[in-house]
Design a protein around this ligand. Structure first.
Ligand code: MSP
Length: 645
């Protein structure tokens, strides 16, 4: 039988900077869902990638004095590196600078224009540069950007518009008819009430104020609005083309689940479905808008040293511990919190104590009492039933939660069961059984039940903590890894375990926190350095700016003292013009008629005239020094009026 398909996507991350743990959370979450769907027997296609166009990225590249493509190549590599490090099992990584994507975006835009859904007009309104979005006055919050809270500026541009309003009713109906199209419910309601109910404005879908984007093919002064470009990734990645649709598109579209953060739900719940309606394509089946990781009380910023990166966590705690923290700490409909203290506490209690101890104790006992090898003689007692029922209901519950995308609840089920297993050890006291000759068979059954329970855990954990799951399979030496194999308890009759190796070594909190503190200080230092470089860079001027200053050689014809002004000299300077210019200069302390008359000096000739002691000065001489001032002159004889360049 052919496997049912499951197409799942993440938002594509901005290739603007190294992603922090908040951005990384999403790929870990999506990976857990994708892995679980595979376990359930789906033919999964898992897409992720990078969003690489837009004004902000262009500016960042300019600041770094490199081309935007070079900039995004670097960041996209970094993002992919972190996604790989976190063991995410994506099938495709799309970049919006990929040729096939850009071409298809151009075609989509052209088609929407030709069929009248996109038209040309002018945009005037409040614009938020970092978010690259225009807002109406009513959308602003306290006059600021409703998405990021930053200042907006007034802007007017010739632009193309998408007739969103045309599709409003159809979209509303779709949302009403498909109650699980978008979840959680609370986030869906917010968008319906704040954006849909007040009525959709036509959306400005092109920009002319910068050029780092996909050019509008029939009017290349414009680039396609970054959200139209970005959202299209979900279909261009499958090979969607207007004329020919590749197999992957036919096979996998519509998406079964778009996983995104709550801040970008508006784009996915309104613009994206409307784009698809206009293209005559099916809408995605579900959109899940997850919460955000908050970084303790403080807002995250490098200058506070509190930006948390996934690769750093992986170095300190391991990849799976990082995945575990992310997955278990963010509940279905709320935000999560991430602090080092909390990570350490959870690591020690859940990973080292609950899971690590369970596996370690069990495998060690199997080795100690039976050299790791025995069969189950089936000496069961009443107490076993509860354990077995718990194991089976864990499987059902995890599946139920995963079908509802309640990932934290699914993970929590597994750890609740691991605690139940530890309790079973306390209840059955294998060490006491071991001392009693007559209880050897009962001991085998107890250890068998534990190893089988651990196998259940390992099968389910393969979606959430794949490396740990593998390590457990190796220790219990089992190849029974399918979901089917844990629908029934007691499949593996012959036990032959490997060596007991600790899965998670307890962390010494104080020592680690000291290291972390030092690393945070390093981050602050780095941020300060970056800021210094930025400041230095803002002092730099371009050649065009320098070219604005007009410099010429002038010959001093006449020198006079200015009355009641000790410092000033009034000069007549020949600049090769019809008449000599009058220039007043503060050099009387060092120059006089004698040593200045006839000299060739350097003059700024396009300064606005100023009056000094009632005399209009039409230029400025250039000099060096503070205490001892010397005029700039030239090496050799050139004509007065010669331009300096
Ligand atoms: N490029 C757009 C998405 C385009 S999708 C067609 C974008 N990129 S992003 O890099 O800013 O964010 C990527 C994802 O990370 C988004 O879903 C966003 O909500 C999520 N997160 C950003 N910060 C986050 C946290 N602190 N916590 C959890 N998720 C976070 O938006």
């Amino acid at each position: 039988m052919e496997k049912p398909k499951y197409y799942i996507t993440t938002a594509i991350a901005y290739a603007s900077r190294k992603p922090h743990i908040g951005n990384t959370y999403e790929i870990i979450l999506t990976d857990a869902i994708a892995r679980f769907k595979r376990l359930q027997g789906y033919d999964v296609y898992f897409l992720t990638g990078t969003d690489e166009h837009g004004e902000k990225i262009q500016q960042l590249a300019e600041n770094s004095k490199i081309q935007p493509k070079e900039y995004v190549d670097k960041v996209a590599d970094e993002i992919k590196g972190i996604w790989n490090l976190m063991d995410t099992s994506y099938d495709k990584f799309i970049r919006t600078t990929d040729d096939y994507h850009e071409e298809t975006v151009q075609k989509i835009f052209k088609r929407l224009y030709e069929q009248g859904d996109i038209y040309k007009g002018y945009y005037e309104g409040a614009y938020c540069t970092p978010c690259e979005s225009f807002f109406t006055e009513t959308q602003l919050v306290d006059g600021k950007c409703p998405d990021c809270g930053r200042e907006v500026t007034q802007a007017r541009e010739e632009a193309y518009f998408f007739k969103m309003s045309k599709y409003q009713d159809r979209l509303m109906k779709h949302i009403e008819d498909n109650p699980d199209f978008v979840f959680p419910e609370s986030r869906k309601k917010e968008i319906v009430n704040n954006f849909l109910k007040p009525g959709l404005q036509d959306l400005c879908v092109s920009r002319t104020s910068f050029n780092w984007g996909v050019p509008v093919s029939f009017d290349n002064k414009h680039v396609v609005y970054v959200w139209i470009d970005a959202l299209s990734n979900y279909i261009t990645a499958l090979g969607y083309k207007e004329d020919s649709k590749e197999n992957n598109y036919l096979k996998y579209w519509p998406a079964d689940l778009h996983v995104i953060g709550k801040d970008i739900l508006r784009f996915h719940m309104i613009y994206w479905p409307i784009m698809l309606m206009a293209l005559g394509e099916e809408l995605p089946k579900h959109i899940y808008a997850h919460g955000w990781f908050l970084f303790g009380e403080d807002k995250m910023s490098k200058s506070k040293g509190n930006v948390i990166y996934a690769d750093y966590l992986a170095k300190k705690f391991g990849v799976d511990a990082t995945r575990f923290y992310c997955l278990s700490e963010m509940s279905f409909a709320q935000d999560g919190n991430i602090t080092y203290d909390n990570i350490i506490t959870k690591y020690n209690s859940e990973l080292a104590n609950t899971l690590g101890n369970l596996v370690n104790r069990t495998v060690a006992m199997a080795n100690k009492y039976f050299d790791g090898k025995f069969t189950n003689p089936d000496i069961t007692e009443e107490i076993d039933k509860d354990l077995i029922n718990n194991a089976l209901s864990m499987v059902d519950n995890v599946e139920k939660y995963m079908n509802e995308i309640r990932v934290a609840d699914a993970v929590s089920e597994i750890f609740t069961f691991a605690r139940r297993c530890n309790k079973y050890i306390d209840e059955t006291m294998p060490w006491a059984l071991a001392k009693d000759e007559e209880k050897q068979d009962r001991l085998k059954t107890v250890l068998f039940n534990l190893i089988e329970s651990i196998r259940f855990i390992a099968v389910l954990l393969s979606a959430f903590m794949p490396q740990t799951s593998e390590k457990i399979f190796n220790q219990i030496n089992s190849q029974e890894k399918t979901l089917e194999s844990i629908r029934e308890f007691g499949k593996d009759i012959n036990i032959e375990v490997g060596r007991a190796e600790p899965l998670f070594v307890r962390i010494e909190e104080e020592k680690l926190m000291e290291e972390i503190k030092q690393d945070m200080e390093k981050q602050i230092e780095e941020a300060n350095k970056e800021n210094e470089v930025k400041e230095e860079k803002t002092n730099l001027i371009s050649i065009d700016e320098f070219d604005k200053v007009e410099l010429k050689l002038g010959k001093v014809l006449k020198v006079e003292k200015v009355e009641k002004a000790d410092k000033l000299l009034k000069l007549e300077v020949d600049l090769g013009e019809e008449n000599p210019r009058t220039i007043v200069s503060g050099i009387a302390k060092w120059y006089n008629e004698e040593n200045l008359t006839g000299k060739l000096v350097v003059v700024v000739t396009n300064l606005k005239p100023v009056k000094l002691r009632g005399i209009e000065s039409n230029g400025m001489l250039i000099a060096a020094g503070e205490e001892d001032v010397r005029l700039l002159t030239i090496d050799g004889e050139l004509q007065a009026g010669t331009e300096i360049h």
